[in-house]
Write a protein that binds this ligand. Structure first.
Ligand code: NAP
Length: 213
């Protein structure tokens, strides 16, 4: 693939791990991250016409505000976990306020070990009422909130199913019900990969997400 074919370039976590770092990282494995320096380099890619858009992923409000404080080019897109079990409302609002498009990853609640929204009572009730599948309702919920969604399936029938979401709408009251599911919790909280309870620097999931959840 030539660089001309790259349309969007995003950076994901705002720290870097040393070569050969253990999982979870031990003290010294997590290295300083120059957010401004990285963003400046990404801005250059746009200015030099090498990519069309640049964006960020897995940011917090703290990190996005920091970036907006120095960015010459505002991120085009911010990708984050988002589904009725983790609405991420405040990040969505901040992105909308700044004209940043949101891409919702794990829009179905992710895979095994994730949040089983496919069998959630509210999702199921609304799917039956609208004569749609739970997967379609979850995809449509994301679209009606103004985000793009990237559901993943290895099953050809479900891939086809997940895309049939453009000629109907979830009525407002059902949208509200889906947006009122309690027990809000990230699935992709990074605990397994980044949190080390005794040797930091991220000693808890809260540390990783700037204590915003
Ligand atoms: N940037 C990041 O940090 C980040 C983090 C996580 C994920 N992502 C991206 O987000 C995308 C999706 O995330 P994800 O895979 O975690 O979760 P997801 O799309 O929410 O869920 C995928 C799971 O749902 C099942 N599924 C798909 N369509 C279905 C349907 N209509 N009915 C019932 N089950 C259905 C899939 O099984 P089958 O395959 O059997 O259909 C799979 O087990 C991926 O492309 C991933 O790369 C990005």
């Amino acid at each position: 693939m030539s660089t001309r074919e790259i349309k969007t370039c995003t950076f994901s976590y705002t720290f870097r791990l040393s070569e050969g770092a253990s999982k979870p990282p031990q003290a010294g494995d997590v290295l300083d991250f120059d957010m401004e320096g990285v963003w400046r380099e990404m801005e250059k890619l746009v200015k030099e016409n090498l990519v069309r858009d640049i964006g960020v992923c897995n940011f917090t409000i703290t990190k996005l505000n920091k970036l907006l404080g120095f960015a010459e080019l505002i991120p085009s897109v911010c990708q984050m976990e988002m589904h009725p079990g983790w609405r991420n409302d405040q990040m969505l609002e901040l992105c909308k306020k700044n004209g940043i498009h949101v891409t919702a990853y794990s829009p179905l609640g992710s895979q095994e070990g994730g949040k089983d929204l496919i069998h959630d009572q509210t999702v199921d009730r609304i799917a039956k009422k609208l004569n749609k599948t739970p997967g379609q309702v979850l995809v449509k919920w994301g679209l009606q909130r103004g985000t793009s969604v990237i559901p993943k399936s290895l099953n050809p029938d479900r891939i086809k199913e997940n895309i049939k979401v453009f000629d109907w709408v979830i009525p407002e009251q059902d949208l509200q019900a889906l947006s009122s599911i309690s027990d809000q919790k990230r699935v992709m909280d990074g605990e397994d990969i980044f949190v080390n309870k005794t040797q930091g620097p991220f000693r808890s999931v809260a540390d990783l997400w700037d204590h915003e959840d």
